[in-house]
Design a protein. Structure first.
Ligand code: KIV
Length: 286
């Protein structure tokens, strides 16, 4: 079973960390069987599963349902769960309590976004309470209404140094790793090289200690929007549409189900059944 410590060891040994989001039992199981190191039950579930326009609509109760499903499906990878919007912003006590509920469900760690002072205090307290924390800097989707859109962060030296300073505070507070989202590759390289903890990039180029993508993007299932950093490894959307339209056609044309796709009575039971029906029919007609 992969622990936060093993994820840190991978950086030291120069082994790249392969991470992916997952939200359901079977995808988590297959990702585990395929060798994924880390599964994030991301609040991107809001967009790709629940159909919301932003992650800010996801609740702690939503995250609990998807956490249970992933924990049941994946046994080896480290399972990190996103703390949703407003589940860690209103006070350290509330944040630790909410994170504890996710850990109790089987999460191996939680992820929180941002580098503000209250986030640093929260990371310290969570770590002291036995809850491993992953930070998240660069583009932070839960701050979309303040950021004003999906903009690349760290686009100049000043901003890169600001991100690195925040990252160092997150590291010193006890976080075991950091997600770095949508920053230029040189910015990500500089930050990764100057941190002890592993940096897992999304839209951050090739120099980070690992990569993470949203599974629905990787599988070609979500067609809402596709950022340039996504690599699509399958076309599940087309597979689903073709399969469902074939099913609809077969039902309408009565070619489904076939005899071998239904249950039959044994010969003597069938005869008994037939004779009973015939007698009943005869009674009605007489
Ligand atoms: O919610 C999510 O999927 C994430 C990734 C984009 C890192 O936070």
């Amino acid at each position: 079973m992969i622990t936060p410590l093993k994820i840190q060891k991978m950086k030291k040994e120069g082994i790249k960390i392969a991470a992916l989001t997952s939200y359901d039992f079977s995808t988590a199981k297959y990702a585990d069987e395929a060798g994924i190191d880390l599964i994030l039950v991301g609040d991107s579930v809001g967009q790709v599963v629940l159909g919301y326009d932003s992650t800010t609509k996801v609740t702690l109760d939503d995250m609990k349902v998807f956490t249970r499903a992933v924990v049941n499906g994946a046994k080896n990878p480290l399972i990190v769960v996103d703390m949703p919007f407003m589940s860690y912003h209103t006070g350290v006590f509330e944040a630790v309590k909410n994170a504890g509920e996710l850990i109790r469900l089987g999460a191996g760690a939680v992820k929180i976004e941002g580098g503000f002072d209250y986030i640093i205090d929260t990371i310290k307290q969570m770590t002291k309470s036995g809850i491993p924390v992953m930070g998240h800097l660069g583009f932070t989707p839960q701050y979309i209404n303040v950021l004003g859109g999906h903009f690349v962060q760290g686009k100049n030296l000043k901003n890169t140094i600001e991100i690195l300073e925040a990252a160092k505070k997150i590291q010193d507070a006890g976080a075991f790793s950091l997600v770095l989202e949508m920053v230029p590759d040189v910015c990500a390289k500089y930050i990764s090289e100057n941190l002890e903890i592993p940096v897992i990039g999304i839209g951050a180029g090739k120099y980070t200690d690992g990569q993470i993508l949203v599974v629905d993007d990787v599988l070609g299932k979500f067609d809402g929007f596709s950022p340039k950093f996504v690599r699509k490894y399958a076309d599940i959307k087309t597979t689903i549409k073709n399969a469902v339209s074939s099913y609809v056609k077969d039902v309408k044309e009565q070619t489904f189900p076939e005899i071998n796709e239904s249950f039959q009575l044994k010969e003597d039971e069938y005869e008994e059944f037939e004779s009973y029906i015939n007698k009943e029919r005869a009674k009605i007609l007489s």
